[in-house]
Design a protein around this ligand. Structure first.
Ligand code: FMN
Length: 344
């Protein structure tokens, strides 16, 4: 991180230094990056387009050639959702998204690895158990069938959330389930308008500084900014036309509610996958917090606020599977170790 540090950001927020566009620029305008890239086996690709549907940003298109290519100005953040959706196994990773080394957002460029195969105590190959397999093969599902999600399954998912661990057993969450398509459409419209307004604000230097006061740095990350642009241009829905939404509220007076809500929501996400459903978080759906009528209709009055939203439904096509993820060396201290052991 060059020029701008978290320490300086804290001082700016406390008013100990003056926030100007210039001193915030490394964060507000992070500049160049290495885009993600995919390789297409043109002998296998049938041009079915499922990879494009599965891509969060719809960052590919089928141009004059019959197979997909990443659009010129699009961002691929290397989630591999295109790879798992391909029925022909025609896609592989070409290059991983990474910020430039001198970027405010750079935190290394670790290699990506597939899940390391399980072994037993003797070091012999073992099998994943059912929970491991669901955790590893779960992917975010953003394409749903129109079929409603039955109440009895939603109730099971809610129970998985209710029994999540929380700091001090505070359980600082509450849930609102919405399956009414009219209400979902209304929220889609409001959240889209919210992000469209933010998208135009980000183009203005002074308005961007104003946003710095009320948001965390990650909102200025190139990938988040691109997501906001896609929503603003209506290329990406906020709630993915899902038939069911679970709003997870956190209680603001409790310790770090977003941490507990994250754990609770992920319990629900895994439970949904185990029940044959698909799910995707949408933090862009948190925009309902800024539309007072919606927030209160959903039942979240201060000090409650929506911490995240889980979209739910039956997957329209296969969107799950094993993928590669960053692998950072792990530091171990075993009994009696004097120095750390770094496992590459
Ligand atoms: C807290 C949180 C918020 C997220 N918000 C969004 C969102 O607003 N829109 C979206 O398309 N995906 C969202 N995602 C899904 C991530 O993009 C996804 O988890 C990531 O790309 C990894 O892909 P995978 O879930 O398929 O493994 C969110 C995930 C988390 C954990």
């Amino acid at each position: 991180m060059k020029g701008l540090t978290l320490e300086l950001l804290a001082k700016l927020k406390m008013g100990k230094e003056t926030a100007t566009f210039e001193n915030l620029k490394p964060m507000l305008r992070p500049g160049k990056f290495q885009n993600g890239a995919i390789k297409i086996n043109t002998g296998k690709c049938t041009g079915c387009g499922l990879c494009i549907q599965s891509c969060p940003f719809k960052c590919m298109e089928i141009r004059n050639k019959k197979y997909p290519q990443i659009k010129n100005d699009a961002i691929c953040f290397s989630c591999s959702n295109c790879i798992v959706a391909c029925p022909e196994d025609a896609i592989s990773i070409g290059q991983i998204f990474c910020h430039n080394e001198n970027s405010f957002f750079y935190f290394g460029n670790p290699p990506v690895k597939m899940p390391v195969n399980p072994k037993n105590a003797n070091g012999d190959p073992d099998k994943w158990n059912e929970i491991e397999r669901i955790i590893l093969s779960r992917r975010s599902v953003r394409n749903f069938k129109n079929n409603p999600v039955p109440d009895h399954l939603i109730r099971r998912i809610l129970e998985a959330g209710r029994f999540a661990p929380s700091g001090g057993n505070h359980q600082p969450w509450k849930f609102t389930v919405v399956t009414d398509p009219v209400f979902i459409a209304q929220m889609e419209e409001s959240c889209q308008a919210f992000w469209a307004e933010k998208y135009s604000a980000f183009k203005d230097e002074q308005k961007t500084i104003d946003l710095f006061w009320v948001t965390s740095p990650g909102i200025f990350d190139t990938r988040t900014q691109y997501g906001i642009k896609c929503i603003a241009l209506k290329q990406l829905p906020v709630f993915f036309n899902a038939p069911a939404l679970i709003f997870i509220g956190g209680h603001g007076c409790m310790n770090d509610p977003s941490m507990s809500v994250g754990i609770c929501g992920e319990n629900m996400n895994i439970a949904a996958a185990s029940l044959g459903l698909g799910a995707c978080w949408t933090n862009f759906g948190n925009a309902v917090n800024y539309v007072p009528d919606l927030k209160s209709k959903l039942g979240f009055e201060e000090p409650w606020k929506v911490e995240s939203v889980l979209t739910l439904g039956y997957p329209k096509f296969k969107q799950d599977g094993f993928v590669a993820r960053h692998y950072r060396p792990v530091t171990w201290f075993r009994p009696g170790s004097k120095t750390p052991e770094i496992e590459e």
